[in-house]
Structure formats: structure tokens, C-alpha cells
Design a protein around this ligand. Structure first.
Ligand SMILES: [Zn+2]
Length: 81
């Protein structure tokens, strides 16, 4: 019983040591080639901002905003022109 507990304690100690080693390692970027004079690579995830300017108009039937390039109101389907 006591022996098992001691073994378990040793195992925990070994795990803690391993975690400490992992934490002591430098970040993965430190393993790359020296990037002196080079700008950092662009981030893989680019934030794409889609800016659309849609001309809207009030539907004369339901008064809701609907794109002016549509021939029918997207809300009520009424003919706009
Ligand atoms: Zn409408």
C-alpha cells in the first residue's frame, strides 16, 4: 500500500519534471532560420473586410429598406419599378 503510494508520488514527480522541461523550451519560432533584416511573414489568417455600398431605397408598399438594384422588394416582393 505504502509502496504503491510512493511509486505514484515518483510518477507525479517525473511528470512535473517533464512539464518543467517543456515550459523551459523556447517557442517554436526560435528554431527557424535567423530572420535578421527580414520582415516577419504575414499572418496566415487575413482579415477580409468586405465593404459593400448598396444603394437601398424604401419600398413603397411595406416601407422596408430594399436594395435599389432589385426590381422587386425583397421583403414583400412588390414591384419597385
Ligand atoms: Zn416591400
Amino acid at each position: 500500500m505504502t509502496k504503491d503510494l510512493r511509486q505514484a508520488g515518483r510518477l507525479v514527480q517525473a511528470m512535473n519534471t517533464a512539464i518543467a522541461h517543456v515550459r523551459a523550451m523556447p517557442p517554436a519560432s526560435a528554431y527557424g532560420p535567423p530572420s535578421v533584416g527580414y520582415p516577419p511573414p504575414p499572418p496566415s489568417q487575413l482579415q477580409i473586410i468586405v465593404e459593400r455600398q448598396v444603394v437601398v431605397m424604401h419600398c413603397k408598399y411595406c416601407q422596408s429598406l430594399t436594395p435599389a438594384d432589385l426590381s422587386a422588394c425583397k421583403s414583400c416582393g412588390g414591384q419597385l419599378r
